[in-house]
Ligand binder design. Sequence first.
Ligand code: GAR
Length: 195
Amino acid sequence: MKRVALLISGGGSNMVALVRSMTGDHPARAVLVASNDPKAGGLAKAAEMGIATAAVDHKPFGKDRGAFEAALLQHIEAAEPDILCLAGFMRVLTPGFVSRFEGRMLNIHPSLLPKYPGLHTHQRALDAGDTQAGCTVHEVTAVLDDGPLLGQARVPVLPGDTADTLAARVLVQEHRLYPAVLRRYAAGDRTPVVL
Ligand code: GAR
């Protein structure tokens, strides 16, 4: 059984979908949900589901990303995860942190990478006149929103879409895609999932 730690910054809807998926014959179980924001709504949801939680506020660390990560790492290492899932985790990680979890850290990003790494993905897709949008799960490397692709799901861009309506349509697919990828990945299969 693989042990999975999840990092969140907000509401944690992807985290909830992942935790709920890890039951029965699933090859992994959630062991920790950690956040850089003590007020992240997902922390209470994780606790309700019986998962251990931790919060390390990044703000007191200012620009010292290394010191923040060291504090976060203490909680993560204590949970002894095999796999780390970034699920709406909005802090950029240093190459040192990434290398520590190389080959066992996943991220979900709300665009069809390599399009639109970074922020405001849905507005950028609308501004570009794209007819399709979607989400990507990838292995995390030291380059932001880069790394081997593990799955993608597509949605149409509809007339009258705003960034919010498009984000909501993509999020539904995120909740299908990420659990599908994690199940495959935890079983040792890195073949991309296409939804
Ligand atoms: C999701 O849409 C996720 O793809 C995105 O943040 C949202 C988190 O929602 N992640 C990023 O933008 C990463 N750069 P959630 O907290 O409800 O899962």
